[in-house]
Design a protein around this ligand. Sequence first.
Ligand SMILES: [Mn+2]
Length: 357
Amino acid sequence: MNFEKYKCNLRLKNIYLRIKFYSVKTLTKDFIKEVSKILTKDKEILITGHFNPDGDSLGGSLGLFHTLKNAGFKVSIMMPSDLPGFMKWLPGAEDIFLYNKKTSLQAVNEADIIFYVDFNDESRTEFAAADLKNSKAVKVMLDHHPQPSEAIDFIFSDTEMSSASEIVFRFIEMMNFKKYLDKDAATCIFTGIMTDTLNFSVNSSLPETFKVISELLKFGIDKDKIYDKVNNNFSLKRLKLIGYLLYEKMKIVPEVSFSYMMISKEELRKFDFQAGDHEGIVNMPLSVSNVNVSLIAIENDDFIKISLRSKEDYDVNLFSRKYFNGGGHKNAAGGRIYKAYAETEKYIIESAKEYFK
Ligand SMILES: [Mn+2]
């Protein structure tokens, strides 16, 4: 299929130079007009989230999946890697297929349109990135991370939004698909917004976000149950791991109000560490009044995985870009260190001292 390449970036801030003459309203209209042209019932649609999908990527992708399915589109949903255990209850999770070089190439190649939910660059899909890049499909990105890749055909990205899930809701609304939303879709989108805002404690100060929440509640979703399923759904071993990390491993660099924890492969095995387990743990040191930045370093086979959280104006996106080959949002970011585990601690301390001094 040969679509006319048309770039459209909806960004409330930081609008690209090449489209600086467009108003935001025009941009929204153009984006919707162009996507409406290509999004037809005869197309094969594929939705994908990022590697190690979190609540936002899964909730947004599944919310879009349910809605497009209800509207009568041919749609499938993929993730580049497995879901964390506390997300497997999401309605539609059983319909997700996991990317696999041998079995997924066909699905990627046969797609006419691919939706990217909650990531700004194909490299964030890791092993699936090459196949996605090579696919002839039209790529539509629904995201809220800074600096989206120029290679994407249609981008609806706004860093002011709480989550990609909120963007998905706005997309559904603007496409006139709200009539196809149901309780399952609303549950997924709500979960995405709730998890990405850390239960509405960050990135959720715009009144519009709560208008979306209000719309979602009208579908009869069980907000309290969703909170419980997401936050009280872990193993006993994970709780013991948290106790161990906070008591034995958490260290503070007081002169820069910086906290870090290192976890070795051996410790991961001992506590049966699961994908996604670190998500809640990295936030915990921020409960200390004079800790402004928290880092967790997890030993992997090929690199040390870094996860960062911060308060207010402490920018861990830039910090990670500079020292840890990563990025993300101002108050939540990830990265990697390609060093031996034994050398990593010194590097982390020195990076923090240099950057936050
Ligand atoms: Mn997100």
